[in-house]
Write a protein that binds this ligand. Sequence first.
Ligand code: SF4
Length: 281
Amino acid sequence: MKITISKFAGFCSGAKKAYEITTNIAKENNKNLHILGDLLHNKDVIKKIESLGVKKVKKVQDIKKGRIVITAHGDGKNVFDEAQNKGVEVVNTTCPKVIKIQQLVKKFHRDNLPIVIVGDKNHKEVKGINGWCNKSAVIISRLEEIKNINFDKLKNAVIVSQTTQNLKKFQEIAKVLQEKIKNTKVFNTVCDATRNRQGETRKIAKENDAVIVIGGEKSANSQKLFEIAKELNPKTFFIENAEQLNLKNFINLEKVAITAGASTPDWVIQETYQKLKTLKS
Ligand code: SF4
């Protein structure tokens, strides 16, 4: 069996940076070090962070003193303000690409332009971006949701995307919004890492007998990779780690590809690869 690991599988630059900053700080001094939510949407990474003594909190108010890590997904302005008011030191690992969207949203909100975010309203990154326009954004995750928008009140708009949005879906939604809203400014803020990963996933899904997508169940970008690959190759399987790999699904196959979301660490990809290699064919 020929096993191909996608060249874009695993940690993106933002996830890598957040992981390295947090683990390095924790190894030096984990006293009163807290993290706001999950560093990355991956159980193995969360276990590792916990093993270093970093305490997870849901909100800044849960901390009496110390430091708080803001994750790569970023957070709203109110979170930074609350930390400052409490005298809690912020370790900001927000990905620079997310910061760029936050700044766009902040600027145009100040100019009184309505903001539309194409993304998942329950995702941390989207909630954080919305926190830079006083939570006023219209959030759309699917084309069908456009019918719920009152366009009489929306004469102009600034449209941005969650960084891990499916690029094709973002373009479709932005196109329909442009037809319905008189003046729009569209910023394609799907990040390069996501674009490359999705493009490569399409390619490997067509070229292989089966595809394995490794990612956390809460990882939006991993779920998107699964959607993309499954559409092109019905033999696509989503797993969180090697333990979940069912070798029976790959018996007698000649070519299998492995890809992984931006929050999946290399060691999980390697363990999956090694397990798959044990299959004789
Ligand atoms: S997916 Fe892109 S935007 Fe998100 S953390 Fe990674 S590099 Fe940054």
